[in-house]
Design a binder for this molecule. Structure first.
Ligand code: GLA
Length: 387
């Protein structure tokens, strides 16, 4: 749907009016390396995609906010003079959670009508929800002149998801959606929130995303379980060393102290996090030196650690990665995002991309009975106003 079509849909839904309709956009993300590290105070290296969520918004001079999307039939509304209630598992909880955070900060919202339109494949683990939150936060802040900076809006969106939606995510997805820059990946230290935009020099190569198209049932509860296991490992390590989170330890320190964690599963979870931090730092060094082969090898190792130590991959993701690695011209391949289904990300030589899609797709279908979707990623900008 283009800009004009979105505005037309908006007026046919909410009626014509003299008030200006503004358009905003926030992207989805793909994480190149640094997985399940953000809520452990570690490093991540995501980039914003060129697809995401568009939002058309207009003041309505009423004490209510109305929500609609071009993606589903479901619509909703909240009254500004009443407390906001969570509505089951509805997508509306994401924007309402954001409004709720503005309200807590005493930033008074007036009535608006909202029409969302997303072109991120749903439930693929490419952060469609973070893009809905960020586009809402960015648009409200801009339209009402609240004066928050991007980083404030990123944190506000994460709080909306943690506290209103009830998913205990880290900061990576909202950060990538809000702060992305075309042609760059974002190197973020999730403890200090210091970050750098790193140019992605992938001459003659493409980032290929493959969607398992497996429904991510129970993903939220398994995600929260992994978080709890990491926290338990920290508690056990604290009997000897005063750490705040797992990322306070390097691998040598961890090897020395790991026997303090009595539970073998928790020990492996912690090992993943700490080794993933080390891989992420090495990967960024390699990229800066133009050593893309090492970068790819570290992506492979990241997947293997997520499969063996963190156990968040599963047959579908493992199959896509195994098949990807068989294709000559694949530099590296791993799952991306939370796992338990969702997508893989691979770096593939440009002249091998077609073959990659054909061969990985065919083998995946044969082995799992599922059809994968492939997207050649373009790295886009973070949240922005369009018109
Ligand atoms: C999900 C969460 C992120 C991050 C990743 C795993 O995408 O929303 O905060 O924890 O999983 O790296």
């Amino acid at each position: 749907m283009n800009e004009e079509q979105l505005k037309d849909s908006f007026t046919s839904l909410y009626g014509a009016d003299d008030q200006e309709i503004r358009l905003y956009f926030s992207p989805g993300r793909v994480n190149l390396i640094g997985e399940h590290t953000d809520y452990n105070g570690g490093y991540v290296f995501p980039c914003a995609l060129s697809f995401g969520t568009y939002l058309a918004i207009r003041k309505n001079n009423q004490r209510l906010v109305r929500f609609a999307t071009t993606n589903f039939d479901h619509r909703g509304e909240v009254k500004l003079d009443e407390p906001f209630e969570k509505e089951g598992n509805s997508w509306i909880n994401y924007p309402v959670g954001v409004l709720n955070e503005f309200r807590k900060l005493a930033s008074e919202i007036e009535g608006v009508d909202l029409l969302y339109s997303g072109d991120i494949p749903n439930g693929a683990g490419l952060s469609s929800s973070a893009s809905i939150e960020m586009v809402t936060a960015f648009a409200m802040n801009d339209l009402f002149g609240f004066g928050f900076d991007r980083m404030d809006l990123v944190k506000l969106s994460q709080r909306a998801e943690n506290q209103f939606v009830g998913v205990n995510c880290g900061i990576m997805d909202q950060f990538a959606s809000g702060m992305g820059a075309a042609g760059h990946a974002l190197f973020l230290n999730c403890d200090t929130l210091d970050y750098k935009r790193v140019p992605l020099r992938l001459d003659g190569m493409k980032i290929v995303i493959a969607n398992t198209n497996k429904r991510r049932g129970l993903a939220d509860s398994k995600y929260n379980e992994r978080r709890a296991q990491c926290e338990a490992a920290v508690e056990a390590l604290r009997t000897r060393k005063n750490i705040r989170h797992l990322s306070d330890l390097n691998l040598d320190e961890f090897h020395e102290l790991s026997r303090l964690i009595p539970d073998e599963t928790q020990r492996r979870r912690a090992h993943h996090v700490i080794s993933e931090n080390a891989r992420t730092l090495r990967a960024i060094d390699a990229l800066n030196q133009g050593d893309i082969d090492t970068f790819g090898e570290l992506m492979n190792q990241s997947h293997d650690s997520l499969r063996d130590d963190y156990e968040v991959t599963g047959t579908e993701l493992d199959t896509l990665v195994e098949e990807a690695r068989k294709v000559e011209g694949t530099i590296g391949s791993r799952m991306t995002g939370a796992g338990f289904g969702g997508c893989t990300v691979s770096i593939v030589k440009e002249d091998a991309v077609e073959k990659f899609i054909r061969e990985v797709g065919a083998a995946y279908l044969e082995r799992t009975g599922l059809k994968a979707d492939f997207y050649v990623a373009e790295i886009g900008d973070g949240s922005k106003r369009i018109t």
